[in-house]
Design a protein around this ligand. Sequence first.
Ligand SMILES: NC(=O)c1ccc[n+]([C@@H]2O[C@H](COP(=O)([O-])OP(=O)(O)OC[C@H]3O[C@@H](n4cnc5c(N)ncnc54)[C@H](O)[C@@H]3O)[C@@H](O)[C@H]2O)c1
Length: 353
Amino acid sequence: MKPLILVTGGLGYIGSHTVIELAQSGYEPLIIDNLSNSSLRVLDRLETIADRPFTFEKIDLNDHAAMKHLFQRYPNIRGVIHFAASKAVGESIEKPLLYYRNNVSALVNLLELVETNSVPGIIFSSSCTVYGQPNILPVTESMPFGKASSPYGRSKQIGEQILMDASSTSAFTCIALRYFNPIGAHESGLIGELPNGVPSNLVPFITQTAAGLRDKLRVFGNDYNTPDGTAIRDYIHVMDLAAAHVAALNRQLQGKQTSNYEIFNIGTGQGFSVLELIEAFDRVNNRPLPFKIADRRPGDIEKIFADTTKASQVLQWRAKRSLHDMMRTAWQWQENLMNESFTSTTQPQYDNR
Ligand SMILES: NC(=O)c1ccc[n+]([C@@H]2O[C@H](COP(=O)([O-])OP(=O)(O)OC[C@H]3O[C@@H](n4cnc5c(N)ncnc54)[C@H](O)[C@@H]3O)[C@@H](O)[C@H]2O)c1
């Protein structure tokens, strides 16, 4: 029987791509999501891509009774991949308690159930945001947390600390994957990043601007200490990120962890500036983008990219897809969305998480 893996937030952007990768790698995903930032259409599309049904339960992680009942009904859960969270940096500044409830309290509830139901391990969606602006690049996992620029970033730091403490005294183990900037979409063009309302990531703004849904892209700051003055990030294709989850899960289930709490940077190791990304999008898709330079945004850091040595040596995982693949699949996804009513047309901005 295939190991049953609970995927929280499994209809979201990264979760949905990981469900496909899990199913193709011999795991049985059990998807839960409260649909706060996703849609049931994603489930249909997952089933189309995989040509099979998936088990899905609409559950809010904050509903402790429903979560308890879920673990009772599925006593054979072998692992948890915990994607479900709120993720908009700007919103987290306006509504910090919502972020602490959804990203911190919900995690504690989940861990209590993991512990009482003797689930052997959990994989946690962390973020490069925990580093703040590192002094040394590329950033390694051993660098300490930096100053969090938002309650969202702080919620990821607190989440990691809770997992570190809990896994040191409990029977379960944890792997925290610190994602850099996931972009792109599945090759089928059927799933991709689907922001509800105003997107908070750069690439949906690029694709929505290219699609004519937005007038102009705003580039926040061109006076950073970078070659072209715009901020630098380590962009990673979402399917490479999905594959990293399977590599981590294999390690966890095979009992290969050398400590109860392990951390891996998941990026490509290469940084690209905002202008380089805009230029790559045009080159790959033949779509010049109207943009204007705006002031720096408070909370944005100048540059970050990953040292991925640990992931390649320990997980035997490495990002395979190029920036070209990221831009091509992101646009293919947007083109497929054009005839649907998913997107909104409010003022563009972007977060670099
Ligand atoms: N996308 C990024 O740039 C990025 C970068 C670093 C880390 N992360 C982290 O990765 C994880 C997944 O991110 P994503 O981009 O796929 O986000 P997403 O919003 O697309 O997916 C999250 C999913 O969780 C669901 N959800 C939220 N709260 C829930 C709750 N209380 N109960 C049940 N379901 C709930 C949402 O409906 C959504 O489908 C998050 O933890 C996020 O913080 C994302």
